[in-house]
Design a protein around this ligand. Structure first.
Ligand SMILES: NC(=O)c1ccc[n+]([C@@H]2O[C@H](COP(=O)([O-])OP(=O)(O)OC[C@H]3O[C@@H](n4cnc5c(N)ncnc54)[C@H](O)[C@@H]3O)[C@@H](O)[C@H]2O)c1
Length: 312
């Protein structure tokens, strides 16, 4: 492939992907298509001076402008990161999530078929599977979709549209579903960057409910390596779960952050639980490990220490 369209490349995971792979694949032109919402920041992209990188400020819900981009650049691959991604925002204002995560994804898929794209990669989330009980085994790729909030429902709908374009139009498509990411460039409305910022500023951090919700945390650099691998080597029509095998309750996570920032438990403020708050996510990533040889390399301790060093 000579040209790859990357949506949402100014956001957290998209920018980490570009910063890693634009320099590595100097023979591929990367077109970063991002509307620059509150979550997008061009300063996240540190490789913008490279000749194989282009930025276009376009909203993926604008089918007309999107088609002009396809006509101009004639991309052969699409890696689709762009999304409204904040669960709390999806509860207070679901419309933007439906528009971007479903409507925007459909625009890209339609153009991908029309322009005979070689591969479409949908970057998705483990949240589409819903919530696990304490004793349940981790989500596999064949777990049923049971999203519990407008964010995860809109991502699940996007995933199903991808499947339908694969089945109906023969579009070559892959989906990755990853657990919670942390690392550089994450918008500080999200838990880890928000908590680090507040703790370093001497403020208290809001912890939902009893703090016993469980999330699996993966460093963003491990996620973008998984995306690159699936984009280039994954089997068409397949879904690959990506996870860190690193389940932590929120309270354990916060205690680690307290220790690293020399704060004590007085800094925790327990607040009313989020509506429909999923209790536990856990990912079985054995398919991508066995079939493509991926495994996470950044330990949580290393990743968090690096992040804190960047924040200080
Ligand atoms: N953050 C996580 O822990 C996580 C985990 C698994 C999967 N994901 C998925 O990975 C993808 C990227 O997540 P993220 O955390 O980097 O999100 P983010 O919110 O940090 O970034 C999203 C980017 O998309 C852009 N964008 C939003 N709406 C757009 C639109 N209509 N048109 C063009 N650009 C638009 C934003 O400006 C921003 O740059 C999402 O699809 C998300 O569902 C995220």
């Amino acid at each position: 492939m000579k040209t790859i369209l990357v949506t949402g490349g100014a956001g957290f995971i998209g920018s980490n992907y570009l910063n890693e792979f634009v320099p590595l694949y100097s023979g591929i032109k990367f077109i970063n298509v991002d509307s620059l919402t509150y979550a997008g920041n061009l300063a996240n992209v540190t490789v913008s001076a490279l000749p194989n990188y282009v930025f276009e400020q376009v909203d993926i819900t604008d089918a007309f402008k999107l088609e002009n981009l396809f006509d101009t650049y004639k991309p052969e691959g699409i890696i689709h990161f762009a999304a409204e991604s904040h669960v709390d925002k999806s509860i207070s204002d679901p419309d933007a999530f439906i528009k971007t995560n479903i409507g925007g994804t459909n625009n890209l898929l339609r153009l991908a078929v029309k322009h005979s794209i070689i591969r479409f990669h949908q970057v998705s989330t483990d949240e589409v599977y819903g919530s696990l009980g304490e004793e349940d085994s981790a989500f596999t790729e064949s777990s049923q979709l049971a999203p519990n909030n407008p964010y995860s429902a809109s991502k699940a709908a996007g995933d199903l549209l991808v499947r339908s374009y694969y089945k109906t139009f023969g579009l070559d498509a892959v989906i990755t579903r990853c657990s919670n990411n942390y690392g550089p460039n994450q918008d500080d409305t999200k838990m880890i960057p928000l908590f680090i910022k507040k703790l370093l500023a001497g403020e208290r951090v809001p912890l939902y409910g009893d703090g016993l919700h469980v999330r699996d945390w993966l460093h963003v650099s491990d996620h973008v390596r998984a995306i690159d691998l699936v984009f280039h080597k994954g089997k068409s029509g397949e879904i690959y779960n990506v996870g860190g095998d690193n389940e932590l309750t929120n309270i354990v996570l916060v205690n680690k952050l307290l220790k690293l920032t020399n704060r004590n438990s007085d800094a925790i403020e327990f607040v009313t639980d989020r509506k429909g708050h999923d209790r536990r996510y856990a990912i079985d990533a054995s398919k991508i490990q066995n079939e493509l040889g991926w495994k996470p390399v950044v330990t949580f301790e290393e990743g968090i220490a690096d992040l804190l060093a960047l924040s200080n």
